[in-house]
Design a protein around this ligand. Structure first.
Ligand code: FES
Length: 103
């Protein structure tokens, strides 16, 4: 049985802590915005191009936490997902998150 963790209409989104690197200060990540949108609102740049989950320019490794995707097929292989890679432009926080540094 799956649980829908989307906020209902009129319900406030959940707020989590997001670290863009393990040693970075946490910023707020809300469940109704992508990780990239949250980072940009806090004044941080992230590598990006399409912003719709296809070009992979934004690929980052998630060291800790859980995300959900706003699209059904984000451009990641099963192996990349298993290794913890995410696409921040279409990933939404479902817990506190720690990303690896950009390479
Ligand atoms: S910016 Fe293209 S996949 Fe994220």
């Amino acid at each position: 049985m799956s649980r829908n963790t989307e906020p209902c209409i009129g319900q406030a989104p959940s707020i989590y802590q997001l670290r863009l690197r393990p040693d970075a200060q946490p910023i707020a990540a809300t469940s109704d915005q992508s990780v990239m949108q949250c980072a940009m609102q806090a004044g941080f740049e992230m590598r990006a191009s399409c912003r719709n989950g296809t070009c992979r320019a934004c690929i980052r490794r998630l060291l800790s936490g859980q995300v959900r995707y706003r699209i059904e097929w984000p451009g990641l292989s099963a192996e990349e997902k298993a290794e913890g890679y995410i696409l921040p432009c279409v990933a939404h926080a479902q817990s506190d998150l720690i990303l690896d540094a950009e390479v």
